[in-house]
Design a protein around this ligand. Structure first.
Ligand SMILES: Nc1ncnc2c1ncn2[C@@H]1O[C@H](COP(=O)(O)OP(=O)(O)O)[C@@H](O)[C@H]1O
Ligand SMILES: [Mg+2]
Length: 332
């Protein structure tokens, strides 16, 4: 048996997976679930202190845990969330699309920024990425007004700044720019007042674009596939978040780790999820996204699963994630 096989079967301690104290400690803005909830910040309905966070509990949970958010009386300024994991195929784009659509459905004005040259978010929301202004044009200054690149979707309250393959040239262009890490932040600042939430769907890398996304954000969400090797990259990602936080964006918070592609029928998936709860504790969202073939179907149709199959458990899970985010104070 090779080392990796031995490791895979036994799920040993994960070397290097120490979470920096600073990252997990509560920051001034937004509640942290590391502590007892403050009196003016009661726990969401149905979630009791001492809830068991385990893979077993996940398979029996319902999706009615968090209350439907109250309507907003006005809009903006937006909270910005980076959807980040340098591993591909973990559910960043799927989560960006469905979280955005769910929050838009709750009356929040949401802007998604496609920050991956693959353009999967743009395509997943039914938009064309050819012969249109994109985030790349804004980054390199070919256009200066973000409104020139914003496209409405067919869903109310949900807009997108698309991306296409041009974006793969951005890092090379930006390297010589002044304040190259802050360019996305300055773009978002110009439109923040018009939205309640901006979600930046990052590409699978920890390069300059992702650093721009982290610098522009109030919070970062990490979708994490319930698969052993997925855990290994998280230490490096958290190190990057920590560096951005100490050098560029002191108020950056880890909004939470979202387990995705959980398959409660396999021991492997359950073991990984338990390990995620063990290592990251309350930083793990209560909501866990199951593995289902409905996602690829919805992607092909170019609509969020919350629209494609609104009663599917995966759609219910994403709507619950939206409500959980609001209950945690990470979205309006
Ligand atoms: N919970 C899930 N169950 C099954 N397939 C999923 C799930 N979430 C996403 N997928 C599919 O996995 C692929 C990668 O997901 P995606 O969201 O594009 O990941 P990323 O943006 O991290 O690369 C897509 O084909 C998507 O439809
Ligand atoms: Mg993606």
């Amino acid at each position: 048996m090779s080392t990796s096989e031995a490791e895979q079967s036994g799920l040993p301690e994960l070397p290097g997976l120490e979470v920096p104290e600073q990252l997990l400690k509560p920051t001034s803005s937004g509640p942290s679930r590391q502590q007892e909830p403050a009196p003016n910040n009661p726990p969401a309905e149905g979630s009791k202190p001492g809830d068991i966070r385990s893979a077993e509990a996940v398979s029996t949970r319902n999706y009615q845990k968090f209350p439907i958010p109250a309507p907003l009386s006005g809009h903006g300024p937006a909270r910005v969330i980076a959807m980040c994991n340098q591993k591909g195929g973990v559910g960043k784009t799927t989560t960006s699309i469905n979280l955005a659509a769910s929050l838009a459905g709750y009356g929040r004005r949401v802007l998604c920024i496609d920050f991956d040259p693959q353009g999967a978010l743009s395509a997943g929301l039914g938009l064309t990425t050819h012969n249109v202004s994109t985030i790349y044009d804004l980054l390199i200054g070919r256009i200066s007004d973000p409104h020139q690149a914003i496209q409405p979707t067919e869903f109310e309250n949900l807009d997108v700044i698309p991306a296409n393959i041009d974006l793969s040239a951005a890092e090379v262009h930006l390297v010589t720019e002044v304040a190259r890490e802050q360019i996305l932040a300055s773009i978002i600042r110009r439109i923040a007042d018009e939205y309640d939430l901006v979600i930046v769907d990052c590409q699978p890398s920890l390069g300059l674009l992702t650093v721009n996304a982290l610098t522009a954000s109030h919070g970062v969400m990490i979708p994490l596939e319930c698969e052993y090797f997925a855990l290994r990259g998280v230490a490096l990602l958290i190190e990057t978040i920590d560096k951005v936080r100490s050098r560029l964006n002191p108020s950056l918070e880890l909004d939470g780790i979202l387990p995705t592609m959980f398959d409660g029928r396999t021991l492997h998936s359950r073991e990984v999820l338990d390990r995620v709860f063990e290592v990251f504790g309350d930083k793990v969202f209560d909501t866990v996204i199951g593995r289902t073939v409905k996602f690829p179907d919805a992607s092909v149709a170019g609509v969020p699963i919350v629209e494609f199959a609104p009663n599917h458990p995966a759609a219910q899970a994403y709507r619950q994630l939206a409500r959980e985010l609001v209950a945690r104070g990470a979205a309006a």
